[in-house]
Structures are given as structure tokens and as C-alpha cells.
Design a binder for this molecule. Structure first.
Ligand code: NAG
Ligand code: NAG
Ligand code: NAG
Ligand code: NAG
Ligand code: NAG
Ligand code: NAG
Ligand code: NAG
Ligand code: NAG
Ligand code: NAG
Ligand code: NAG
Length: 560
């Protein structure tokens, strides 16, 4: 029997698939990769006629649209059911109010494709995540890609996440079931993803959709060269592993003058963790950085904090403050410098109404999307949140434990680049096999060779395939070693001081950050109040007095 070229290709693919199963390496040979999976980050229209911004994916049949955000150290994909456990405000939430806050609600009874999840199909997510009830259903990632029978955890209670991590969550932790399912089914060649948050300013000029790309990144959204670093292996203080060092924060005033928020002795730096779903540009240590911001811009921030979309960002007081009109440049030790434009930095306070689910845009007392950390939070590891990814493009390569940042090119255009199983730019497309996760059934033989012939040939060449697979792993290791030396990685990976983080105990953060100005009953021995706190304190009482009934429940100091 003679085989034609295209038939040989079929045989080789079969051999590779089998060999890969044997050797436990990705299904796809180096050099080629499937078309990257791009998912829009933007407003997702919800059944309550409102919307939520997130990674727009749908679950079930008929499709239920959700706005997901990525989350760490979560490994499963976690969704909220018809009871979304919205408890942020003491005002009771209605179902449609909660739907906006959560980015949708999963009605499991309405889905015809819902099945039971096999117990060994998903890992357990430990604290602080809530207990989850697992189902399996179709997750429609985008118009081309769906994961059939994908395990989804339905949250069984509120877990203290407040407005920091309120939405449906795609677990992007080290054992991410989402990335595993995409890789195992051959829809991505390697566990690599890219993200641009988009722009989320007040008006249409300042708004732009973003995207999450799996299996590659979007070249249209980057400029210049990437700055690549290793992911830290110790994820205890920074769950994403993306630790960077901020070496300067510069105010760029409209008149062209620049002013650094750093002390003039340049020995200071800030260790920061990039947390792509975090709701503000950054948490900024009050002393001396935010204090300098106040002094340079003559603001009091007497408006307190936002409890809305940009959760816990500081608010101006319109009666005393003129909001800052300039930009903010963030400089990292790696060499990256990104400038956050004013239209992303100072925006109206926005929150979703617990009763109607509609968005309320409050032009009074606008927010500066920075969370000043002080008091017992003063030593918390700084977080760089999603608005950082309005100005920087992020690509993470979980398999080679590295991440890259570029200066972002804010555009809706796409130029997707797929990465192959070795993490290099793929030179050819390889078709994604139509295998659903957990489906280890026979590999489709659509190339005209009889299964018997394939089996015969397969046995003969399986050994060769296995050898090739082992060689590929060895070569990758070699390359990886070389890459690390070449890039001088690791200079930004020094572990930060052991500051407690929200990951371990999310309540810690908000429990103390609110300072003395909250409405909670328990006393909290604040150190001598710094400027902002004096104001927050005075303001807090007024605030508490007139919004007492709608202050978040969780703010009355949850018991740990
Ligand atoms: C997204 O929804 C918000 C809230 O309704 C709205 O303010 C914003 O303009 C929308 N963005 C776009 C691009 O439509
Ligand atoms: C990852 O999750 C799978 C189940 O999806 C589990 O079998 C495996 O032990 C987990 N691996 C680690 C390192 O936790
Ligand atoms: C996710 O998986 C990793 C690797 O197994 C594990 O270290 C981490 O604790 C898991 N995340 C959670 C929330 O349990
Ligand atoms: C779906 O696949 C087609 C063909 O490969 C491609 O042109 C299109 O961009 C894909 N759509 C998305 C959202 O990736
Ligand atoms: C530019 O504006 C800043 C802030 O208002 C001010 O401190 C600075 O003196 C101004 N510079 C010039 C050259 O006018
Ligand atoms: C301020 O910084 C920007 C870029 O960060 C630079 O282009 C500009 O020249 C600087 N202005 C002055 C007066 O140094
Ligand atoms: C800002 O100004 C206040 C009052 O003048 C002063 O106490 C504080 O030390 C200044 N902050 C910094 C970081 O210089
Ligand atoms: C802040 O106030 C000082 C003194 O009144 C003034 O020189 C400076 O220009 C002001 N800065 C801004 C940003 O308004
Ligand atoms: C807008 O913000 C101001 C200042 O915090 C507050 O007094 C007012 O109640 C808010 N309005 C709405 C509709 O939320
Ligand atoms: C205005 C509107 O369409 N409201 C709907 C929002 O969602 C809830 C829950 O699904 C519906 O009951 C409302 O009718």
C-alpha cells in the first residue's frame, strides 16, 4: 500500500497525538500552532438589560452570556448561580441588581447541556475561595471555540471578595482547568496568553474594547520591544507570580512639567504584583508616594472612597479640590515606562445599582483610580491592576515561567500571533483537532487512510514518535536555559518583604484600609492619623451619617 503525502501527514499527526499522550507533553508539534483564541473584553449585555465589562464568554445551551475576569490563584472557573450572594451593601440586592455585579447569573436548569462533573475532572480550590457545586457544561469561548463538558464551580456563598473580585472568574492559577482544557484538546499549543484591558474612560473617546488572547498574543496592540522577566516561583505574596519593581512614578502636568512622586534620594523602589483583574490602576503606599501626590496637586481627597466599579479608589471633594489634569508615568526597573493618560486616571464614580442593576455615573466628586494604602496596610505589597493594562500589553507564558510587558498600542485592530509548543512564534498553522476535554477517544482520521492501516503504521512508528517527543522536551529545556541566561532574568524577582496580602485573607485588606472613617463598630487603634486619614476620618463620619444604611455589610468588620 502506498500513501500519498497528505496521507503521511495524517499518519504523522496520529503518531504525534499518541506519542504525546504517552509522553505527557502537548499534543502539537513544534513549529505549528492553531489559530490563537481571541476573546473580547468589553461590555457584555446581560438578560437584565444592563451590562458588565469582562471577557465575554457564554455557558450552556441556549447560551447564557457572562462577563468573566481572570483570577489568581483560582484554578477552576467559578460562576455565580441565580443566587449570586451579593452582600456588599446593606441595601438588599435584587436578582437583577446582583446579575450586573457578578457579570451574569447561571441558571443551571435552563441549560440543556448541563451534566454532572466527574469528580476527578477538576482540582480543589482552597481558601479564600468558597465551596462550589460543580457541574459540567459547554463553555463557548468565542465563535470558533467551545469546550464541551467543561467543569464549572458554582459559588455556594459570598467569600469576602467585596468589590475587589466581584465577577465570574476564569481561574488562571498554576493548575488552571481552562488553560489545561484548551491545551489538552489541541486548541492552543502552549499555555500562553496575552491581555489588553482596553480603555475605560468616561466618554466614547476614552473607551476601547480590550482582548484576552489564548495560545498567543495580539501584535497589533504592542509597540517596541517586550521586557521579559521570570514568573516568581513563590506565589505566596503575589498569586500571579508577576512581580515587578517600580522605580519611578512621574506626574506629567499639562504644561509639560514633570514631577516625581519618589523621594529625591533615589534609593527607593516599590515591589509590585501585577493583578490583571484588580479594580484600580494601583495601590499606592501613602507615605511618601501618595502624600507627594497630594502635595503636588493640592488635593484633599475629602470625598472618601469609591465603593463602585473602581473599588476603593480615592475620591476628590468637589468643594475643595481641582481634580488633576495631567498623566501619570509608571517606570519599572526592567526599563518599561508606560504613561496612563488623564482620561483613564480621573473618572466619574460609577457603581451598579443593587436594585435595578443599572449603572450610575456620578459626576460629583470624581475618582482618581488609585487606592492609597496606609496604616496597617502600609506594608502590603503594591498591586498594579487592570488600568495598568490599558497602557501596557501583557503576555504570560506559564510553561516557560516568564511574562513580557510592552508599551501598549491602544487599538481595536488585531494581528494575532500563535505560539508553538516551545513558546516560539509559530511558522505555520496546524489544525486544532476537534476533541473535547476529557475525550481521549480515537483521533479522527479524515485523511483517507483506513484506521487499520493507521494502526499498523502507528505501532511501527510509535517508538520513533516517542523518541521525537523526548527529544523535543530536551531541546525545549536547553533553549529555555539559554533564554534565561541571554535575558539576564531574575533581577526583578527578589522576594518582597513578607507583607500579608488579600490573597491569603481578602478581608484583611478592606478591614483596615477603610481606616477610622468607616461605619463599623469595632474600634481600631489607628496610629497618629496622617493627612489623608484626618480628612477621611472627618469625612467618614459625615459619610457614615448620611449613607449608613447603604454602607457595605462587610465593612462592619467581618470576623476572620
Ligand atoms: C459600557 O457600559 C457602561 C455602563 O453602562 C457605559 O458607561 C459605557 O459607555 C459602555 N461602553 C461602551 C463602549 O459602550
Ligand atoms: C491539577 O488538577 C488536576 C485535576 O484537574 C489534578 O488531578 C492534579 O493533581 C492537579 N495538579 C496539581 C499540581 O495540583
Ligand atoms: C491552584 O493550583 C496550584 C498548583 O497545584 C496550587 O498551588 C494552588 O494552591 C491552587 N489554588 C488554589 C486556590 O487552591
Ligand atoms: C474564527 O476563525 C476564522 C478562521 O480561522 C478566523 O478568521 C476568525 O478570526 C476566527 N474568529 C475569532 C473570534 O477568533
Ligand atoms: C506647571 O504646572 C505645575 C502644576 O500646576 C506647577 O507646579 C509648575 O510650576 C508649572 N510649570 C511651569 C513651567 O509653569
Ligand atoms: C516630561 O516627561 C516626558 C515623558 O516622560 C518628556 O517627553 C518631557 O520632555 C518631560 N518634560 C520635561 C520638561 O522634562
Ligand atoms: C506634604 O505636605 C505636608 C504638609 O505640608 C507635610 O507634612 C508632608 O510631609 C508632605 N509630604 C511629603 C511626602 O513630603
Ligand atoms: C498648588 O498650590 C501651590 C501654592 O498655592 C501652587 O504654586 C501650585 O501651582 C498648585 N499646584 C496645582 C497643581 O494646582
Ligand atoms: C454622588 O456622589 C456624592 C458625593 O459622594 C453623593 O453625595 C451623592 O449621593 C452621589 N449621588 C449618587 C446618585 O450616587
Ligand atoms: C429591565 C429588565 O429587562 N429587567 C430584567 C432583568 O433581569 C431580571 C432577572 O432575570 C428580570 O426579571 C427582569 O425583567
Amino acid at each position: 500500500m502506498r500513501l500519498h503525502t497528505h496521507q503521511w501527514r495524517g499518519v504523522w499527526q496520529t503518531v504525534f497525538h499518541l506519542a504525546c499522550h504517552v509522553a505527557f507533553i502537548p499534543l502539537i508539534e513544534a513549529g505549528c500552532a492553531p489559530h490563537p483564541i481571541s476573546v473580547r473584553i468589553g461590555n457584555v449585555t446581560l438578560p437584565n438589560q444592563s451590562n458588565a465589562r469582562g471577557i465575554g464568554m457564554a455557558v450552556g445551551s441556549p447560551e447564557q452570556p457572562f462577563a468573566f475576569l481572570p483570577q489568581w490563584p483560582l484554578n477552576n472557573t467559578m460562576i455565580y448561580g441565580t443566587s449570586g450572594f451579593c452582600e456588599l451593601w446593606t441595601t438588599p440586592w435584587t436578582e437583577q441588581g446582583c446579575m450586573t455585579f457578578r457579570g451574569g447569573e447561571y441558571d443551571s436548569f435552563a441549560s440543556q447541556t448541563r451534566t454532572q462533573a466527574a469528580t476527578n475532572a477538576y482540582p480543589a480550590d482552597s481558601r479564600p475561595y468558597p465551596a462550589m457545586n460543580f457541574v459540567a457544561d459547554t463553555l463557548k469561548v468565542n465563535e470558533n471555540v467551545s469546550l464541551v463538558g467543561f467543569p464549572l464551580g458554582i459559588a455556594l456563598n459570598n467569600w469576602g471578595e467585596q468589590g475587589y473580585h466581584p465577577q465570574m472568574a476564569v481561574g488562571m492559577g498554576p493548575n488552571s482547568t481552562f488553560l489545561s482544557a484548551l491545551q489538552r484538546s489541541g486548541k492552543i499549543a502552549t499555555r500562553v496568553w496575552g491581555m489588553f484591558w482596553g480603555r475605560q474612560g468616561a466618554n466614547s473617546n476614552a473607551q476601547l474594547v480590550g482582548s484576552m488572547v489564548f495560545g498567543g498574543y495580539d501584535k497589533a496592540k504592542v509597540t517596541g520591544q517586550p521586557f521579559t522577566q521570570t514568573l516568581s516561583s513563590d506565589r505566596s505574596s503575589c498569586a500571579t507570580g508577576m512581580l515587578v519593581t517600580i522605580t519611578d512614578l512621574v506626574l506629567n502636568f499639562p504644561n509639560g512639567t514633570n514631577a516625581s512622586l519618589f523621594p529625591s534620594a533615589r534609593s527607593t523602589s516599590i515591589s509590585a504584583c501585577i493583578v490583571p483583574d484588580y479594580p484600580v490602576l494601583m495601590t499606592m503606599p501613602f507615605n511618601p508616594f501618595f502624600s507627594n501626590f497630594i502635595n503636588h496637586t493640592n488635593a484633599t481627597f475629602g470625598g472618601g472612597r469609591s465603593f463602585g466599579l473602581n473599588f476603593f479608589s480615592v475620591r476628590y471633594d468637589d468643594s475643595k479640590d481641582t481634580p488633576y489634569r495631567g498623566d501619570l508615568t509608571v517606570k519599572l526597573q526592567s526599563g518599561l515606562a508606560v504613561r496612563i493618560p488623564n482620561d483613564q486616571l480621573v473618572i466619574p464614580d460609577t457603581y451598579s445599582d443593587p436594585q435595578t442593576g443599572r449603572w450610575v455615573v456620578n459626576a460629583t466628586d470624581p475618582t482618581l483610580i488609585i487606592n492609597s494604602i496606609q496604616d496597617v496596610n502600609a506594608n502590603d505589597l503594591t498591586q498594579l491592576g487592570r488600568q495598568f493594562l490599558s497602557a501596557a500589553y501583557l503576555m504570560v507564558d506559564e510553561e516557560r515561567s516568564q511574562f513580557s510587558l510592552w508599551v501598549a498600542n491602544p487599538t481595536a485592530r488585531e494581528d494575532l500571533v500563535a505560539l508553538d509548543s516551545e513558546g516560539g512564534e509559530a511558522d505555520s498553522p496546524c489544525p486544532a483537532p476537534s476533541v473535547s476535554p476529557g475525550d481521549h477517544g480515537p483521533v479522527a482520521s479524515s485523511n483517507g487512510v483506513s484506521p487499520g492501516a493507521i494502526a499498523g503504521i502507528t505501532v511501527g512508528v510509535l517508538a520513533v514518535g516517542a523518541v521525537a517527543a523526548v527529544w523535543a522536551v530536551w531541546r525545549r529545556r536547553q533553549k529555555q536555559g539559554a533564554l534565561q541566561v541571554e535575558r539576564g532574568l531574575g533581577h526583578e524577582t527578589a522576594a518582597p518583604s513578607a507583607a500579608p496580602l488579600y490573597e491569603g485573607n481578602p478581608k484583611h485588606h478592606e478591614r483596615w484600609e477603610l481606616g477610622a472613617g468607616d461605619a463599623g463598630g469595632s474600634s481600631h487603634s489607628a496610629s497618629p492619623p496622617v493627612d489623608l486619614e484626618v480628612q477621611a476620618q472627618g469625612q467618614g463620619q459625615i459619610h457614615a451619617a448620611h449613607v449608613l444604611h447603604e454602607l457595605p455589610v462587610a465593612y462592619s468588620y467581618p470576623k476572620s
